[in-house]
Design a protein around this ligand. Sequence first.
Ligand SMILES: *Cc1c(COP(=O)(O)O)cnc(C)c1O
Length: 383
Amino acid sequence: MSEPDRPRDLDTRLAQACHFIETETGGISPPIHPSSTYARDAQYRHIGDFSYSRSGNPSWRVLEDVCADIDGGAAALCFASGMAAVTSVLETVASGERVVAPRVMYHGSQDWLRRIADRRAIDLALFDATDPGALAAAIRPGKTSLVWIEPLLNPTWDVIDIAAAAELAHAAGALLVVDATVCPPVTTRALEHGADIVFHSATKYLNGHSDLLAGILVSARRDERWAEIEQVRLLTGGVLGPFEAWLLLRGMRTLALRFDRASANALAIARRLEHHPLIERVLYPGLESHPGHEIAARQMTRGFGGMLSLLVRGGGETARSIASSTRVLVPATSLGGVESLIEHRAAVEGPHSAVPQNLLRLSIGIENADDLLADLEQALEQV
Ligand SMILES: *Cc1c(COP(=O)(O)O)cnc(C)c1O
């Protein structure tokens, strides 16, 4: 296979992701390599670069090259799911070290942090991201090895300044890991803001079609820590199948288009519902009224994405009945797909949840914005 010179613009690079021309056939979509093992030659050397598929294979290589490129990193690793990537990073934290993370964040990552804190004597400090001094206060120089943030906190969409967090983490000798699942590299390139490692649940925007699970890590450097994470992937075996690797690449080709449309739809919906009598507040960083709007505008260069939450008047009951009265928005968890989803978030997160009972989380897709608005308005009128 030959690879043409890389064109400069991100949209072009995404549209032509893995735009190899196979020299043998002229095929412009990459082949899928299902082989689990790779043969040796007469000198007992491996014929190509691969030995066994859990340590590496050609289907990962094209995907990881594209992911490293679009996030501007030195290297990327793909995993069987977002959580397989999250747990692999956290596996490199040693007993006694401090990990700092937001109090409100993706519940799965926080549940894992709580588990390793209990079982491995890791000192977990959860900070209130709405309090400007809280992150600095939570970091202990020399003791804190890792700071984990989300630029938009799920599901309140409060904003964390990546560059400021990087400065604090680095001054204390800690690593900054950014869960950029809701801020894909078309809008935020977290490494450019100072992150050491960027994580994406590729199940969401990168793939965009709600038809696979995958996780991606991109690192600013190929260093010891990175080699250890790769070793954890090899030994724990949370590896992506070659078919999923191929399907993810196909989804990524339309990332820019999907993200632009979802952002435009979500902004239109947020603006319309902001003054709706049955809604107490719309939480969307694209609204000028959002407390994190200025920082979000600085680090989301191309729209604020499709994630927004509604605080409805009334309690959990009202919120749940709205979520079950939509006809266009699908009542399901997850995000970042072409189809819009709605969920009563507190019910999904379980006992540790700090999410208000009257919060509905919406993942806005690429449908017609008027259809989505009419659907939400009729659901609100049902209650
Ligand atoms: C979905 C999600 C994850 C976990 O990813 P999976 O692919 O479901 O394992 C982590 N962080 C965020 C912000 C997510 O939305």
